[in-house]
Design a protein around this ligand. Structure first.
Ligand code: HEC
Ligand code: HEC
Ligand code: HEC
Ligand code: HEC
Length: 169
């Protein structure tokens, strides 16, 4: 591991200490937009970005519906199924110096969404005609292909014919 300032260690410690984990605040999808414009646009086209709008005014106050259509509304005041619903609250990982470090970003809360995470909402009770198919569903919410071809290469190791030198340090 590269040497980092002790203040980074403090930040990591504060986060991983029991009780602190999961306490990161949400910044809202607009906060990701500036650095991930392609992902943001693709997400905006998805039903996740409008999930709360499917509910009537009465249902918008019903915790049973909100648990999947706006799971972060009561605790974080963020509606719909947003970036941070899946990737974790951005308070600690969103700063540029953290985002550039994939390992550190994950230590302070960035989540790689799993099939299991999708299934917390896409379960037998959700009104789908077909059972949830993870591979198909992933294709339908693809916001990473655009991100990767937009000139940004979030994953240094991802194979690409383009020169990786462009904007990377
Ligand atoms: C200041 C700019 C900035 C902001 C704000 C930002 N990101 Fe990032 N993010 C980056 C950069 C740069 C990378 C690529 C890191 C690299 O090159 O390895 C990245 C990588 C990622 C990755 C991929 C990580 C990996 O290693 O595969 C995800 C997922 C991500 N960001 C989600 C988000 C979300 C969600 C938000 C909003 C809460 C957000 N980012 C806000 C700059 C930002
Ligand atoms: C367990 C999670 C979950 C709960 C709880 C839930 N929903 Fe949903 N809902 C979903 C999912 C997932 C979908 C999308 C299903 C699909 O198309 O694959 C959906 C779709 C819908 C749609 C259709 C939207 C469209 O674009 O066609 C409506 C309307 C809806 N839900 C209303 C409600 C109401 C009202 C409640 C509360 C009584 C509720 N839901 C509770 C997960 C949930
Ligand atoms: C429904 C859950 C969900 C939502 C909502 C969501 N993402 Fe993702 N995101 C994923 C999954 C799953 C992947 C990984 C796909 C893969 O590589 O197989 C991903 C991948 C990414 C990546 C690419 C990581 C890489 O390896 O290149 C970025 C960047 C990202 N998301 C940012 C965002 C931003 C910004 C938003 C909001 C505008 C957002 N995501 C909303 C589930 C979600
Ligand atoms: C917090 C709950 C939640 C999580 C987690 C979640 N979803 Fe969803 N998803 C929903 C809801 C609610 C809808 C329906 C939105 C609406 O139309 O109102 C939906 C809709 C969708 C749709 C659109 C279905 C259609 O009819 O077009 C796809 C595809 C989808 N989700 C894929 C995923 C994938 C893949 C993951 C995991 C990476 C995931 N979702 C995680 C709640 C969730």
């Amino acid at each position: 591991m590269r040497a980092r300032g002790p203040w980074i260690l403090l930040l990591v410690l504060a986060f991983v200490l029991p009780g602190a984990a999961g306490a990161a605040d949400f910044l809202g999808p607009e906060s990701c937009k500036g650095c991930h414009p392609a992902a943001y646009e693709a997400w905006m086209q998805s039903k996740h970005a409008r999930a709360t709008d499917s509910l009537s005014e009465t249902q918008k106050k019903d915790a049973r519906c909100l648990s999947c259509h706006a799971p972060d509304q009561s605790a974080q005041s963020v509606s719909h199924v947003t970036c941070e619903t899946c990737h974790g609250g951005g308070q600690y990982y969103a700063p540029a110096y953290v985002m550039k470090d994939a390992e550190l970003a994950r230590l302070v809360g960035l989540v790689d969404p799993s099939e299991k995470a999708c299934r917390t909402c896409h379960d037998a009770s959700s009104p789908s005609l077909k059972p949830f198919n993870f591979v198909e569903a992933l294709k339908a919410i693809d916001h990473w292909s655009a991100e990767r071809t937009a000139g940004k290469q979030p994953r240094a190791e991802s194979a690409s014919p383009e020169p990786a030198t462009a904007k990377k340090k």
